[in-house]
Design a protein around this ligand. Sequence first.
Ligand SMILES: Nc1ncnc2c1ncn2[C@@H]1O[C@H](COP(=O)(O)OP(=O)(O)OP(=O)(O)O)[C@@H](O)[C@H]1O
Ligand SMILES: [Mg+2]
Length: 316
Amino acid sequence: MLKGWLIYNQADAERNRAYIDWFLSEAEAAGVELQFVSKEDLTFGVKNNLLYLKRSNEPDRLPDFCVMRNMDELLSVHLEALGVKVYNNSFVSQIANDKAKAHQYLAKHNIPMPDTTFVQADDYREANFTRLVFPVVLKAVKGRGGTEVFLIDSLEELTARVKLRLERGSDSYVVQQLVQPGKDLRVFIVGQQIVGAILRESDRDFRANFSLGGRSSLYPLNEVETSLVRQIMDLFELGMVGIDFVFGHDGSMLFNEMEDVVGSRTLSLNSDLNILKIYLDALTGIIWEDDNSVSRVVIERKEIDKTPFIRCEVRF
Ligand SMILES: Nc1ncnc2c1ncn2[C@@H]1O[C@H](COP(=O)(O)OP(=O)(O)OP(=O)(O)O)[C@@H](O)[C@H]1O
Ligand SMILES: [Mg+2]
């Protein structure tokens, strides 16, 4: 039986208990032995020049795969090096969990997006921003839930906001041109499949986040929009993510961000789609599809005591 770990940190696990239970029951239905693992129960590093990973009070058996719901790039890279297939993989996690890296990487691949400047609070000089056309949107690169996203009306306000943050420790930001306010589209992806898209709108805030009071509805993607989504999907090996877009003044979709640890509340509210069933079906298909790769991974794992770096290249 395929064995997997569902990794969360403790605080997030407490907030997401119902979601975790749903995940585990879908796994059982799909014939996968998925165990909940708290990140705090894992110790990992290097011993005798070999990578190791231990789980408290459990035998040292690595799973076949991990669903990482923890935004922990170091742990993801570590598991991958030990031959465990991680979803979403460390590259997706690295790009998705940093708004500057996401814009940089996708711009390199000609994906349309709002004009964006990367700012390090330490290096901020007001004189470099005198030509900005206000209002602009300021976002902390690691912010989530719209709480670190500000509409800024003047240069003085921009400087004050960056400096205010600096007092709480340095931070990185993106400064972005304001496009259509109060409207954002999340496209839910599993593997190579576009599961559905949800439009989030707000009349009282330029931020359309559902958690900030926005409303949501199912959105049919047209052909051009679907092809843009596919263009982004092709740049990654995805497990389950949300790809978020804002809209230009001409109505065209502009890349906004990629959500690594994506929830599915708005999708469940607006449709009968069971995204976790789709995800589990994809994971089992993906992992068993290529029998040669699977046996190679198993053999490599037996070599773990001898080999410090083990690469796993099961693809889907
Ligand atoms: N350049 C922009 N122009 C207009 N509106 C924007 C722009 N950037 C973001 N917004 C609005 O603000 C909302 C929050 O911004 P964003 O999604 O980038 O950060 P976040 O919500 O904190 O991230 P997460 O979705 O991970 O929680 C977006 O959903 C969108 O409605
Ligand atoms: Mg967002």
